[in-house]
Every structure is written in C-alpha cells, then in structure tokens.
Ligand binder design. Structure first.
Ligand code: URA
Length: 209
C-alpha cells in the first residue's frame, strides 16, 4: 500500500472512533494535509475555527503566515505534510489538556510512522513537548536535536507557533530566522544518512570477503 492509502485508511479509522474526547464539540476531523512522501513533517497544536470549518490544518491566519515563511525558504506547502497533536478543535480554541493529547497520541504516532520523515518540525510548545519534555521553547527554538522516537533516531526542530509570531514582531523575526536554517539542517541529515549508508555497505562487503 502507498503512504497515501495508509493515511486514508487511518483517517477513516479515526473518523469512526467515538472515544476521541474532542469530537463532540467539533464540526469535523482535521487529520492532516500535504504530500505523504515528504521529507519534512510539521506538527502543530490543534485545529482552530477555520480548520474546523474546512477540515484542513493551518488554513487560518497562522496557516497563511506559515505558507509565506515556507515560500521564503523555497518550500511549497504542498510539498510538506502537516498535522496536529489533537485532530478535533478544542472548544473556544482553548489549549488541549494532557489527557486529550494522550487520547490522540496513537493516531499521531501512526501518522509519523507512515510518513517516516527525515525531519520533524514542531510548531509550538505542545508538539515540542511530545519529543522534548520539560524544556522552554525560548531556549531551544530553531535548534535541531536527534531524538529517540520508538527506538529510532529522528531529527526534531522545535519552532515557535506561527500564531505567536502573529502576536509579536520579535517572535516573527525569530521564527523566520529559524525557518531559514531548515534547508541546511535537512542537507546535513541527508549527508549523515549517506555516510551511514556507505559505512553499512563497506561492512557488508567486508563480511563477504
Ligand atoms: N494552529 C494549529 O496548531 N493547528 C492548526 O491546524 C491551526 C492553527
């Protein structure tokens, strides 16, 4: 099955899951959007008003800013995949609780597993907390970190949430500067993977002699 088919199947499963705590107050499920074969997965917080109306993540003002910053670094929104830690809109856009995040976690983990990205960019403190608990976003934003995720090393780049950048020019400047580093971070990950691949090939060849 292709990644798209696997994601479609997971989405149907989620739509049928009546145990999800925020579904009662939401218009619809906001599963994810973009290219399932991407190298970069973005994870936000949860749907807001427009996302809830349209069923697509990051289509409100924060999404427009995100699209602009992506274009600045030469990345089109349709070439990345984007999802959230909770996939139904919390009432009045309040923060999701720890219990709610836990309830959606299995699905988010499955999305990550299917996409298998080279890099995860977290937007805001809730998605950052999934990979880097007990840190302040002000201390770690924009700095990539190799994180052990289910026995696999994955590069995570914590970013400020675009909604915070809409409220503060200082945060917007920091967010833009952090995004400008992303192409270089991705290049480094690929170079490292190539080296690991070459070493593995050499070890295999030596074992054959
Ligand atoms: N903010 C988020 O974190 N996610 C969305 O989908 C929209 C706004």
């Amino acid at each position: 099955m292709t990644k798209k088919q696997l994601l479609d199947e997971l989405k149907s499963k989620m739509e049928a899951d009546t145990s999800l705590p925020l579904r009662g107050g939401a218009t619809q499920l906001v599963f994810g959007d973009g290219d399932p074969d991407t190298e970069i997965l973005f994870i936000g917080e949860g749907p807001g008003y427009w996302e809830d109306q349209k069923g697509v993540p990051f289509v409100g003002n924060a999404g427009l800013l995100l699209n602009q910053i992506l274009l600045k670094i030469g990345v089109e929104r349709r070439n990345i995949y984007i999802t959230n830690v909770v996939h139904h809109r919390p009432p009045e856009n309040r923060d999701p609780t720890a219990e709610e995040i836990m309830a959606y976690q299995t699905y988010l983990d499955e999305i990550i597993k299917i996409i298998d990205p080279k890099m995860i960019v977290t937007l805001g403190r809730f998605s950052m907390g999934k990979f880097m608990p007990n840190v302040f976003i002000s201390s770690v934003h924009g700095r990539e970190k190799a994180v052990d995720w289910k026995g696999k090393s994955i590069t995570v780049v914590p970013m400020y949430h675009p909604a915070a950048a809409l409220r503060s020019t200082e945060v917007k400047l920091k967010l833009t500067a952090d995004f400008e580093r992303l192409p270089e971070v991705l290049k480094k990950i690929k170079e490292k993977n190539d080296t690991i691949g070459e070493v593995a090939k050499k070890v295999e060849q030596m074992a054959l002699v």
